[in-house]
Each structure stands twice: as structure tokens, then as C-alpha cells.
Design a protein around this ligand. Structure first.
Ligand code: SAH
Length: 370
């Protein structure tokens, strides 16, 4: 909406860190930086192994590197640039980190434990410009894009809070921000996540969630990645969608669905449509019927997400009855529908909520068991 779009700051604003963010460099760039200092090239792979595989957080831990080199590197590069402003743990095992960058901006990322699955949910921007009316992330618009290094840093910090036996298995790009508005920074981060010398999370276990920006969706389609795409639909007709997802005004549902179809046709990767169910707004029987018409015949999943209320916003979780009625119509209409289980709602795990509820200013490291 306008409140978001009116603030168009410099999205490429750099964080104010004097050290180079190591995670911003590709392997080749790190090799080059080392070679320029007469350090053998193979050290780069060694350093990366420490960080990605052995979960190191400092050069000091890299015991197979000469001590002098470790000190030299620590004077030039930062492995992690954020501080953990809050760390919350829910009873269901979900953990959420609120990270603060050197420029004071904050973002959130989450580790979700389900059986043997370890899914991380990561952010791509500080805030969001899309303005979805029910969402906490976009309430103040967007401040800036995250860098590739900052996106990787979230993955690595979440990797580190696991026990030694646990391994990350899935990534969902469903945190703060619109991933397709920062694709250039996101793609290199996902590439390293999916490589065996990175985090080894295969592309098929990575899902990018988008509000639905057709030109960027087409760009992704043309890249022939094997990532899954989730499209946040939230309404079955343009009038309602524009009310809930204001960027829809100049896009329209038809063009979003056509772009999603093109993605599926080229990549054969599973398509998911997300539908946040908002009590008495998009949960009526007529909405369910229109949704059946819209999605019928498509190889797609529909994820219905009961709204997780955001303090200060007038939207509600639908009644049990409305939810059941809605789902029944979809199932009867042959739509492959599931309700996304609410994970970590005790810890403000929905997009952008922790950032709003945490006290501002200087924040100590908090271990909060809720
Ligand atoms: N910008 C992207 C990704 C971030 S949001 C997108 O729009 O898809 C990831 C998903 O969480 C979206 O479907 C979003 O609509 C949903 N979401 C955001 N706030 C929520 C809330 N309070 N309750 C339930 N779902 C929410």
C-alpha cells in the first residue's frame, strides 16, 4: 500500500562494518583475496569447510590454519556481522532469532523441528514493500535489501543452534521481505546452501515464497533451478486480492497464475499457492468456490494458513467452523489442500512479529524460554 511504497530508501545501503563480510565472497573471490596476500588458494576451501561443515564462528577455531594467518584473517574479515538481539525457544522445538546488523536494522529467522526435518525460514529484506495488510513485516515499509552474506549468515546461525546430531534439511524463504524483489542476492545464497560443500540442502528442498511478481517469476523460470515456488494468493478475485495484497492492483491474479503456470511447465517443480485465512474477510463459502474455479485442473497444492494475529491489526483468525467449511468446499472441488500447522505461534513466529514485539534500542542477548 502507499504507506509502504511511499518510503523508497536506497535498498542497496551497505551495512557499516569495516570488515569484509566473508560470506559475501564466492569461493573464487576468497581464493583471489588470499592469493593476493600470498596465501595458498587451498586455504579458501579449508576456511569454508570450517564455517559450513564444522559450524565455526571464528578464525580462532580453525586449528589447521597457521596462527599468524588466523589473526591476519580476523583483522580483515568478519564471519558473522550480526548480533543476536533475541533468541526464543518454543515448546514445540521452534527457535527464532532476532538478528541486528551493524546498521541497527533487525530481521528474523526461524528453525522449525518436525520429526527428523529441520526447516529454516529466512528473510531477504529488512521490512517489506509489498504492504500485505495483515502482515507485520511490511508495516514500516522496506529499509533495505539483505546482502548475500546476510542471507547465508541466517542459515549458518540457525545451523549452529542445532545439536551436533541435527542437520538442516529444508529451507523456506518465507521470512521478512519479498524474495523475488531481491533475487540477485538470494540466488547465490541458495546456491551455496544447496551445494555439497555448502550446506548440502538439495534444491528440491528449498522453497521460495512470493507475493507473485510475474517478471521476476519468469526470470526464475528461465534459470531452470529446481527450487519450489510458493505463491501467496490470499484471495480468489482481484477486488479482494487488491484489498489484502495491494501490489495486486497493477498485477492481477490472472497474470500471477499464468506466470506460475509457466514456471511449472518449464521446471516441473511443485507449485504451491498460499492462502492466509482471515476471519470474515476471505473465508466465505463464495471465496472457497471461486478458489476451486481458479485452481481446478492445476498440479498445485493449496496451503491454507489460519491467520496468526498481529498486535494492533484488526484481522482475526477464522472460526473453526468457517475454516472447516472453507476446506470442505476445496476438497469437494478436487483441490489438493492442506492446512499449514501452526508452528511456534507462542514465539511470534509469523513473519515480522518478533521484530515488532521486541523492545528496541540496545538489546542484550536474551535466552527466552516461553
Ligand atoms: N513476501 C513473500 C514471503 C514472505 S511471507 C510472500 O508474500 O509470500 C510468507 C508467508 O507468510 C506469506 O504467504 C504471508 O502472507 C504469510 N504471513 C505473513 N504474516 C502472516 C500472519 N500474521 N499469519 C499467517 N500468515 C502470515
Amino acid at each position: 500500500m502507499l504507506r509502504a511504497a511511499a518510503r523508497t530508501p536506497n535498498l542497496e545501503l551497505r551495512t557499516d562494518n569495516p570488515l569484509i563480510h566473508l560470506l559475501d565472497l564466492t569461493l573464487e573471490q576468497l581464493q583471489q583475496a588470499l592469493v593476493e596476500q600470498d596465501v595458498p588458494k587451498y586455504r579458501a576451501a579449508q576456511i569454508r569447510k570450517w564455517i559450513f561443515e564444522k559450524r565455526a564462528a571464528s578464525f580462532d577455531e580453525m586449528t589447521d590454519l597457521p596462527k599468524g594467518l588466523r589473526e591476519r584473517l580476523a583483522g580483515q574479515f568478519a564471519i558473522f556481522t550480526s548480533t543476536i538481539a533475541a533468541h526464543q525457544v518454543a515448546d514445540d522445538g521452534t527457535e527464532k532469532l532476532l538478528l541486528q546488523w551493524p546498521d541497527q536494522h533487525r530481521i528474523e529467522c526461524v528453525l522449525i523441528r518436525e520429526g527428523t526435518r529441520r526447516t529454516i525460514c529466512i528473510s531477504t529484506q529488512v521490512g517489506c514493500a509489498m504492504g500485505c495488510v495483515f502482515c507485520a513485516s511490511g508495516l514500516d515499509g522496506v529499509a533495505r535489501n539483505l546482502t548475500t552474506g546476510e542471507i547465508i549468515e541466517q542459515m549458518l546461525l540457525l545451523n549452529r543452534i542445532q545439536t551436533a546430531e541435527e542437520r538442516l534439511s529444508n529451507i523456506v524463504v518465507m521470512g521478512m521481505g519479498e524474495p523475488l524483489a531481491n533475487l540477485d542476492r538470494l540466488l547465490p545464497a541458495l546456491e551455496i546452501a544447496s551445494r555439497s560443500e555448502g550446506l548440502g540442502i538439495g534444491g528440491r528442498r528449498i522453497t521460495i515464497s512470493t507475493v507473485g511478481l510475474p517478471p521476476a517469476m519468469d526470470r526464475l523460470t528461465a534459470m531452470h533451478t529446481n527450487y519450489s515456488l510458493a505463491v501467496s494468493l490470499h484471495a480468489p478475485n482481484d477486488e479482494l486480492r487488491t484489498q489484502i495484497v495491494p501490489v495486486n492492483k497493477n498485477i492481477t491474479i490472472a497474470s500471477v497464475i499464468e506466470a506460475a503456470d509457466r514456471f511449472f511447465a518449464e521446471n516441473g517443480r511443485r507449485l504451491t499457492f498460499e492462502y492466509v485465512l482471515l476471519g470474515e474477510l476471505n473465508d466465505r463459502t463464495e471465496h472457497a468456490r471461486q478458489l476451486v474455479e481458479l485452481l481446478r485442473g492445476r498440479t498445485a497444492h493449496l496451503n491454507v494458513i489460519p491467520y496468526n494475529p498481529v498486535a494492533g491489526l484488526p484481522y482475526r483468525t477464522p472460526s473453526r467452523k468457517a475454516e472447516e467449511r472453507f476446506l470442505e468446499i476445496l476438497r469437494d472441488g478436487g483441490i489438493n489442500v492442506c492446512v499449514r500447522a501452526r508452528k511456534g505461534d507462542q514465539i511470534d513466529a509469523a513473519c515480522g512479529q518478533l521484530r515488532r514485539s521486541a523492545p528496541g534500542g540496545e538489546m542484550p542477548l536474551v535466552e527466552l524460554k516461553v
